[in-house]
Write a protein that binds this ligand. Structure first.
Ligand SMILES: Cc1cc2nc3c(=O)[nH]c(=O)nc-3n(C[C@H](O)[C@H](O)[C@H](O)COP(=O)(O)O)c2cc1C
Length: 444
């Protein structure tokens, strides 16, 4: 997470925070009216983990960004800011935004800057807000600038504005408030920025801008959103060439934070399809190389399977062919190469253990796949269960098994084990194997 500073229209300061590497494709996350950039931090972190450069900014007059010098918060000033921010990013961004931000983004891109972005994910976008609804939303927004005794009052105020929707989750919204020395909570921004309501006067302008969009667009809404109906979303979809719609079931205005995992899944799916990190290359064939590479696309954990030979010595090898098979009876399997130096010992022993490696055990994974090393030297292990097979100390999980069956598996034998006892550690992360390399969860 890195603090960034941008210059908005007229040189005003716009505060930002970036997640991930600037070498990756940019995604700009723009908050809605009244919200601050922290609102998007959960999604930004998920985007960075998925190999994107995610930048969150505060709108002018909001959070840590400077207020408008003239106290005006018209669409033009916001558009000016967005243009300069987009131009300062290392590559063409996809803009992810909600509410007022969606209107700003549509206007910015539709009114003559189609090349500035490579896609738009617009949450709760509505350009046909009825006058009465606009007035209601304006009042709801203005009420946010009041002072509050405690966070629940803030959530009460928002929940009261949208009575038919689920009550929003506290912590993300609370980022827009700071606690003063007197213990009261106040909104972090220029109260004038909240007074500009929902800008319904721009209907004509935004209708024209939406019709001019040419980039990939997805329109996202919570299915219970009371002010952005599915009919309005479909009307907007009809205006924008090729636009998609995605709904988050059971969510209202705060779908992106209340149902962050669902929202992130929709967003990542859209990005992978419409703004892939690299040009997609679908490779096919029947030759062994293609098969190996295709199989390497299946990410696995890493285990060390162990047993004891007739001389009482521990044996083992690294294996990622481990799979759970049955719960009742408890069965698991792994596949052992017929050419393995350990094949006969595993066949004779009638028992084995599977040790699932954690993130810190990569050296163990490497060691048990190497020839010409004493694999157990310096490795802390013990027989811990009745099965009598070596259990590696500190493993993420271990399964002590009796051999249940051995099946033919081409150039491998499939060892099915009956699990007598299992151990696991619930906090650590697993070591992974993907495309021929050890990996961590959340690799970029
Ligand atoms: C990540 C990884 C996964 C592996 N999975 C298996 C496996 O499932 N079955 C297998 O027989 N060998 C597997 N191997 C290869 C063995 O660990 C390696 O060939 C080892 O040298 C075999 O030793 P051995 O001949 O002493 O049994 C894997 C190797 C690595 C690095």
């Amino acid at each position: 997470m890195e603090r960034l500073d941008f210059q908005g229209f007229g040189g005003i300061h716009i505060a930002g925070t970036a997640f991930g590497s600037p070498d990756n494709p940019s995604v700009l996350l723009l908050p809605s009216h009244g919200q601050t950039r922290e609102f998007w931090y959960g999604s930004a972190a998920a985007l960075a983990e998925a190999g994107r450069y995610a930048i969150c900014v505060d709108l002018r007059g909001h959070g840590d960004s400077a207020p408008s010098p003239d106290g005006q918060y018209g669409l033009g000033a916001y558009i000016g800011d967005l243009r300069t921010i987009l131009a300062a990013l290392p590559n063409r961004a996809v803009v992810v935004t909600a509410g007022l931000g969606a209107l700003i983004a549509m206007a910015t891109v539709g009114e003559g800057a189609p090349d500035l972005v490579s896609g738009l994910a617009l949450v709760d976008a509505n350009i046909w807000v009825e006058q009465a609804v606009a007035a209601h939303m304006g009042r709801a927004l203005a009420s946010r600038a009041m002072e509050f005794d405690d966070p629940s009052q803030i959530i009460d105020a928002i929940a009261a504005a949208y009575p038919s929707e689920p009550r929003p989750v506290t912590d993300r919204i609370m980022a827009a408030y700071a606690r003063r020395d007197d213990g009261r909570f106040y909104w972090r921004g220029d109260p004038k920025a909240l007074a500009s309501g929902s800008l319904p006067e721009f209907e004509t302008r935004l209708t024209a801008a939406a019709a001019r969009l040419v980039c990939p667009v997805t329109l996202i809404r919570g299915s219970l959103n009371a002010t952005v109906s599915s009919a309005v979303t479909e009307k907007l979809q009809a205006l924008i060439k090729g636009a998609e719609i995605a709904e988050i079931e059971g969510a209202g205005h705060y779908a992106t934070s209340d149902r962050e995992d669902d929202f992130n899944a929709i967003l990542l799916d859209f990005l992978e399809r419409k703004a892939p990190r690299q040009a997609l290359a679908f490779i096919e064939g029947s030759e062994p190389r293609v098969l190996r590479d295709a199989l390497g696309c299946f990410a696995t954990g890493v285990t060390v399977v162990t047993t004891i030979n007739e001389a009482g010595e521990p044996l083992g090898l690294t294996a990622n062919s481990f799979t759970s098979v049955s719960l009742d009876p408890p069965l698991i399997l792994f596949a052992l190469a017929r050419k393995s130096a350990n094949l006969a010992a595993f066949e004779k022993a009638g028992r084995f253990a599977v040790n699932v490696l954690h993130i810190g055990q990569q050296p163990v994974g490497g060691r048990f796949a190497s020839r010409d090393v004493a694999r157990f030297d310096g490795v802390d292990w013990a027989v811990r269960g009745e099965g009598g097979s070596p259990i590696l100390a500190g493993s993420l999980a271990s399964f002590d098994c009796r051999t249940h069956a051995i099946h033919d598996g081409g150039d491998h034998l499939i060892f099915v084990g009956h699990v007598d006892h299992a151990w696991f550690e619930p906090h650590r992360d697993p070591l992974l194997y993907f495309r021929g390399k050890f990996r961590r969860l959340h690799f970029a």
